[in-house]
Write a protein that binds this ligand. Sequence first.
Ligand SMILES: *Cc1c(COP(=O)(O)O)cnc(C)c1O
Length: 393
Amino acid sequence: MKHEIPESLQPSYIELSRSALVKNFEFLKSRAKSGVRISSVIKGNAYGHGISSFIPLAESCGINHFSVFSADEAEGVLKFRSDPDTDVMIMGMIRDDELSWAIDNGIEFYLFEMGRLDRAIEAAGKLNKRAKVHLQIESGMHRTGFEKKEWEKLFEKIKSHEDEIEIKGICTHYAGAESVANFFRIQNQNRIFKEALETAEKIFDNMPPIHASSSAAFLTMPDKQYDMVRIGIAQYGFWPSRETYMHHAKANEFEEDHDPLRRVMTWKSEVMSTKWVNAGEFIGYGNVFMAGRDMRIATVPIGYTHGFGRNLTNSGHVLIRGERANVSGLVNMNMITVDITDIPNVQKGDEVVLIGKQGEDEITVASFGEMTNNLNYEILTRLPASIPRVVVD
Ligand SMILES: *Cc1c(COP(=O)(O)O)cnc(C)c1O
């Protein structure tokens, strides 16, 4: 299905590739053990992909569980899901006075403090509706989660409040599964989480679903899938880190086409104007870039206000007519100037790719930022919500 590009509204837009997403979920499902549910993590405006387009797209790939950070993001899922039975889970911030709203709307949320449990019991009692909770275990990340000394009391209390509380999960989160450097810390977390599960088994008649893994843990520790995995970055077509990718590539003996993930996003703009600049002249503000030869430059109407960082001054590049054009001069608030001297026939209106493929070449998010994949997360989520997202095949 092709949508019309919202013409003349915005200087750039982001295309989301349905076929790329389908492929990614095919791959992820092929790696999931039978019966393991995939929760699609869509905090940070679906890692910059835009929740309004991304949620129905993911649903069309068979996803029926979304994880978000906060109550406002959960509201977004209620608004944009196409199936009213699609589940939503808040992993982080929800205020006590928002609990009634969450319970009334059937939204699942993490419990990591006794206080929140008490408020949830109260609110559920008033509504005469059960709160759907996930019990977050402190296994060693030391952000949020119930400490070992609280487990028994917590589980007993929940058991005695079955009318108000429905446990949807017991969970934890790894402190950096994307790096071998954290190996011992993660092993320790697994040991503590296992203890928590054993304590729970003694108290609950039926164990609730268990979940611990994000993309990196899912891709490197197949024995820790439990009943559900929370997949963020990988569904969008990015490896959580180079190490995670190497882990996969090695296991597949470095086959020819061994990257099964496809980038879902392409960020595009167009040439606003072109002009010739004589050797020795400065381009843009100040003396950041001097033309070393007679140069032809193109202006592109995106800048740091759109998430194209100032750190790309004189160093970033974009694709025009399938070729790389270097950013020449400062990245401005709304504009960049790029070198098109060696790209023949560039014209006003030509497509410019800022992230993604054009012809044979590709600007990856990592190279768009700096040479480390960990930055993918930050750069993606910084793309403003106001850029239109367009679904293409
Ligand atoms: C963000 C997040 C995830 C997803 O992480 P990815 O590395 O993007 O897969 C999973 N669980 C929690 C608790 C998170 O905050």
